[in-house]
Ligand binder design. Structure first.
Ligand code: GLY
Ligand code: MN
Ligand code: MN
Length: 441
């Protein structure tokens, strides 16, 4: 059976799950029906050019179509969902093609020629979920983006069903393939820009199809966490490449980071050490795990790595207790992944929407939930040599615990991060990223 058939077989159960969740969400909101908009292209300020269209994640969950702005799903519990597919009559642009996948059989399809035509299909008192648009107030919705309803939908999104996992595996495959092409370009001495082009070509994406802007940093650039500059000229010498880049399949994302050293030596050894500790952290992705525990384990393992590589001179425990590890690892160990690269709901405590804020001193940790079977997270520890943070450390009493000579030796490499996408399953962690790299070796 080919991959498309597998997706076709899995889609009905996915839709049934969406319907069940939406039914609960409607009950929580006291509303009879749900209308989900795909979104609209946005014109730039004083311009007739739109930004690239990004379909609403709520729409993509129901309908695996990412190029149909102005479309809607209307869901009434117990009824077949209605897809109002916006296909304008337009000779300036190519209208989106009518979908023809087997999944469409689960919907009642109506083609609309303008978004306004959808208004006649809105059940009274329904809830609208999507970007507000001009005139929305006149459509007769009972509520718009009601928090009580969104809380239920967002809570459920953390756990992926088999259809979603199949999509995520395909997104991981495309990302791994493209990472291999990027690594080859790095080995050939390419510029950041040319590594980016090699990545795009191998991923099958244009820029706008990426789940987030590629981070492709040579040498010192790797110390900038969200480095997206892309130098056109290769540097005089290639020391390191940190590439954080993903791909999408049917609206589901992969989020993958690899760090490459151009030659053997202390930085290559640091990358190896990071890879080993990252796999220890991935092994913690099991049902019942409390995600902040994985973040704290990352701090402990990174402390040992820093000591072992002579970067930090105090005991590993001291480095954790004094927050010295945060100088080198100043971000969270990861996040939920799915229809959005930083999937929603990471700080929820329940589907009622109570919050579980990040631990004190770790405000950037995007996920504070306990994992369940089917939760998909990234695991992305890193160590960076960031002047701003090193200067602060020097000023606030950490100076004597840092080996500045070793830091000076490693700083020209920027930093190291290794990031995989991992599913918690009752049989243990499923590492989507490593499986995909193996498959395309
Ligand atoms: N690529 C963004 C992140 O890793 O969270
Ligand atoms: Mn990530
Ligand atoms: Mn990433």
């Amino acid at each position: 059976m080919d991959a498309g058939d597998v997706l076709d077989q899995l889609f009905p159960a996915h839709l049934a799950r969406l319907a069940a969740t939406a039914g609960r969400a409607l009950q929580a909101a006291g509303a009879p029906a749900l209308v989900i908009g795909s979104g609209f292209p946005k014109l730039r300020f004083l311009d007739d050019q739109p930004d690239p269209f990004i379909a609403s994640p709520h729409f993509k969950a129901w309908v695996p179509v990412t190029d149909a702005p102005g479309s809607f799903v209307v869901f009434v519990p117990g009824e077949r969902p209605l897809l109002l597919f916006h296909q304008p009559k337009d000779y300036w642009h190519k209208p989106p093609a009518l979908p023809d996948g087997a999944w469409l059989g689960a919907f009642e399809l109506r083609v609309i020629r303008s978004p306004a035509e959808a208004r006649g299909h809105v059940p009274p008192r329904s809830v609208y979920v999507g970007e507000p648009f001009a005139g929305l107030e006149e459509w007769g919705f009972g509520a718009i983006n009601t928090p009580a309803l969104l809380d239920v939908l967002h809570w459920a999104r953390a756990v992926k069903d088999p259809y979603e996992l199949a999509c995520l595996r395909r997104a991981a495959d495309a990302g791994a393939r493209a990472h291999r092409a990027a690594a080859t370009a790095f080995g050939d001495g390419a510029s950041e820009y040319d590594i980016h082009l090699a990545y795009l070509a191998a991923s099958g994406h244009t820029e706008t199809g990426l789940p987030y802007p590629n981070i492709i940093a040579l040498n010192e650039g790797a110390a900038i966490l969200h480095y997206t500059t892309l130098q056109h000229e290769p540097p005089a010498v290639h020391r390191s490449l940190l590439i954080d880049a993903g791909a999408q399949f049917r609206g589901y994302a992969s989020d993958i980071t690899r760090t490459h050293a151009a030659s053997a030596g202390p930085f290559a050894e640091l990358v190896e050490g990071m890879d080993a500790l990252q796999q220890e952290l991935c092994a913690m992705v099991v049902p019942g795990a409390y995600y902040p525990d994985i973040h704290f384990a990352a701090h402990r393992l990174i402390a040992t790595l820093l000591v072992d590589h002579g970067i930090v001179t105090c005991a590993a425990d001291t480095a954790v207790e004094t927050a010295l590890t945060g100088v080198f690892f100043p971000h969270g160990v990861g996040h939920l992944l799915g229809l959005q690269v930083h999937d929603v709901g990471g700080h929820q405590r329940s589907e009622q929407g109570e919050l579980q804020p990040p631990p004190a001193g770790h405000s950037y940790l995007r996920l504070t939930r306990r994992l369940e079977a089917g939760t998909v997270v990234t695991i992305e520890p890193g160590v960076y040599f960031i002047d701003l943070l090193l200067d602060q450390a020097r000023d606030n009493g950490h100076a004597r615990h840092i080996d500045w000579e070793t830091v000076a030796e490693l700083a020209p490499y920027g930093g190291v991060r290794i990031e995989d996408d991992v599913v918690a399953t009752s049989d243990g962690p499923e590492n989507l990223t490593r499986d995909s790299f193996t498959a395309c070796a």
